[in-house]
Design a protein around this ligand. Structure first.
Ligand SMILES: CC(=O)N[C@H]1[C@@H](OP(=O)(O)OP(=O)(O)OC[C@H]2O[C@@H](n3ccc(=O)[nH]c3=O)[C@H](O)[C@@H]2O)O[C@H](CO)[C@@H](O)[C@@H]1O
Length: 359
């Protein structure tokens, strides 16, 4: 009989893709997915994993009537997650944190099932901090996150990326092979502020012969306002491995999966952390890359189109510097994160003690 694992990963690519990477390593398992109606998992989770839907939302400040409604909603979601686990019947839970993790972890632990939690950010999210002590294993993307989780059993393996990032891919976009290519990516949902900055400096870059692939996200009101033969814009692109492998430079937010993929594809980057990320965690994610010399980072509020275009031109005109950044990225790229996570999940699901893993 195959082992039965429920995966709770919802809302953004950064939560869903690492879970897909793990699921791809468990072909001998029966996997079910726990998601929220109409969130990104609807489009991103491969169809072979059935998505069981529950509601999940966070507590908003100031506390008041809304808190009562959210508390009742949480109780309801715990009950639904509990039912999904029993009906499966699932033998364990894997989650990447976020709002959906709260009802899923509580329900699984009430049923006495093992829980593996993966936290990809340098500063763990609220649900991770609250519930990590109750999980069987807490797996980290960044070693530094452990200091925020003193009561949890943590192991650092990095953040899993989809298997396709490790194969050499050819880019299927009409871009000449010998031109410099800059990719602009604002995380899985796009970043309107970054998009605006890039559009304002695009002409300077085009004049220098640079091509731009701009992944705008679905909610950019100015999509279509810039047209140029050296410019390709899309709301979302599925072939990120080929694109990052081909790019000479990326302008990116600093989500944990994005950073890991940039490291694995050895793509130098200019990072613009999302300033409103919970507890500014993207700035901490970015800092690890800047300290290692793999990226440069700017605060969004200090960045002007002039600063951005001159940084892009400086970097693309300095092959030695780009090479150094690429070299530094190699040291950050943990090639075996998914495999290590896979081993841990199997040990936990088999009820065995997790072996010591060397970092
Ligand atoms: C605003 C915010 O709080 N974002 C968080 C969210 O980010 P978000 O969901 O944006 O996650 P990341 O930036 O880490 O990753 C984006 C993912 O989307 C993929 N992608 C993106 C664009 C595209 O066109 N095609 C595509 O496939 C990338 O390859 C990557 O796998 O979850 C991450 C993991 O907890 C956090 O680190 C981020 O801080």
């Amino acid at each position: 009989m195959p082992k039965r694992l429920l995966i709770a990963a919802s809302g953004t690519g950064g939560h869903i893709f690492p879970a897909i990477a793990l699921a791809q390593k468990l072909p001998d398992y029966k996997i079910g997915w726990l998601g929220v109606p109409n969130r990104a998992e609807k489009n991103l989770v491969p169809p072979q994993y059935y998505i069981h839907e529950i509601e999940a939302e966070g507590f908003q400040k100031p506390f008041g009537l809304g808190t009562l409604r959210t508390s009742l909603g949480l109780l309801c979601s715990i009950y639904k997650a509990w039912q999904v686990l029993i009906d499966g019947p699932f033998e364990g839970l894997f989650t990447t944190g976020g709002y959906i993790a709260a009802p899923a972890i509580i329900a699984a632990r009430l049923l006495g099932l093992p829980v593996i939690l993966h936290e990809s950010n340098a500063i763990p999210g609220k649900v991770t901090r609250l519930l990590a002590p109750f999980c069987t294993a807490v797996i980290l993307g960044f070693e530094d996150a452990a200091k925020y989780l003193p009561l949890a059993k943590t192991l650092t393996v990095g953040t899993p990326v989809r298997g396709s990032f490790f194969d050499k891919k050819k880019l299927d976009l009409p871009i000449p092979e010998d031109v410099p290519l800059v990719v602009v990516v604002g995380g899985s949902q796009g970043a309107v502020a970054v998009n605006q900055l890039v559009r304002q400096c695009a002409n300077t870059l085009f004049e220098a012969g640079i091509w731009i692939v701009h992944l705008t996200g679905e909610n950019d009101p100015d999509v279509g306002s810039l047209q140029h033969p050296q410019y390709i814009q899309m709301p979302f692109y599925n072939e990120m491995p080929a694109l990052l492998q081909r790019a000479n430079l990326a302008i990116s937010r600093a989500g944990a999966s994005a950073l890991t993929e940039l490291a694995i594809t050895k793509t130098p980057s200019i990072l613009i952390p999302y300033p409103y990320a919970a507890e500014n965690h993207q700035a901490y994610n970015a800092a690890a890359f800047v300290q290692a010399g793999a990226a440069v980072a700017f605060l969004q509020e200090e960045l002007t189109p002039e600063i951005l275009s001159s940084k892009v031109l400086d970097l693309l005109n300095s092959p030695e510097l780009l090479k150094q950044m690429t070299g530094s990225a190699i040291h950050l790229a943990r090639q075996d994160s998914t495999e290590r996570l896979n081993i841990i999940v199997r040990y936990v699901m088999d009820g065995k003690k997790i072996p010591k893993i060397n970092n």
